[in-house]
Design a protein. Structure first.
Length: 194
């Protein structure tokens, strides 16, 4: 079976439901959001909702996936020794967060079962978190997780505080802290110094 690309009408209908979901999440926990509330806010029929989603959680997961797919990723061939390339890539990441402030503020809240926070951690571990070479696989994974959880926490606070630092300052801060945590005394590159 060939998957057809979504037509403009489907994209628009889904956009209305996604916007409605984000609007409702600003005021309510996920558990308190019903399909009826989403449909009323989006001005769509329940059957339209069920044509695309099984429940509000399904809709939320698609919203999260949309953002994860749109986040600027490090280049496919990323030289983790090229500090300027890492910094440029991370700065673009923080610019994207800034441009999508409302969505990130909503998605990074701390309700129980927050899958976006965990998915962001995995996203960062997959390409943004540099761990000093020479670590065994288990140590590298734990160090990456520690750094990524801290980075997502800092990012959440950065958004909530109204961006008191520039995107580049945030990238430098994260890499400076990451370097200190992962290197165990190895000299820090000047590019990451705050």
């Amino acid at each position: 079976m060939t998957i057809q690309p979504e037509n403009r009408r489907v994209r628009m209908t889904k956009r209305l439901m996604k916007d409605a979901m984000l609007e409702l999440l600003e005021k309510h926990e996920l558990a308190g959001i019903s399909v009826t509330a989403i449909c009323n806010t989006a001005d769509v029929h329940r059957s339209t909702f069920y044509k695309y989603y099984s429940d509000p959680t399904d809709l939320l997961h698609e919203i999260e996936q949309d953002f994860l797919e749109r986040i600027p990723s490090p280049p496919a061939i990323l030289d983790k020794q090229n500090n300027e390339q890492l910094l440029s890539s991370a700065t673009a990441f923080f610019e994207f967060v800034k441009e999508n402030e409302r969505a990130f503020r909503i998605l990074l809240r701390e309700p129980s079962g927050n899958s976006f926070f965990s998915r962001m951690v995995e996203f960062l571990c997959s390409g943004y978190v540099p761990v000093h070479s020479g670590k065994d696989e288990a140590s590298a994974r734990f160090i990456s997780l520690y750094i990524a959880y801290g980075a997502v926490g800092l990012m959440r606070e950065w958004v909530e505080a109204g961006f008191p630092f520039s995107s580049q300052e945030m990238a430098k801060m994260i890499f400076s802290l990451s370097w200190k945590i992962s290197s165990y005394g190895v000299s820090q590159p000047d590019a990451f110094k705050i």
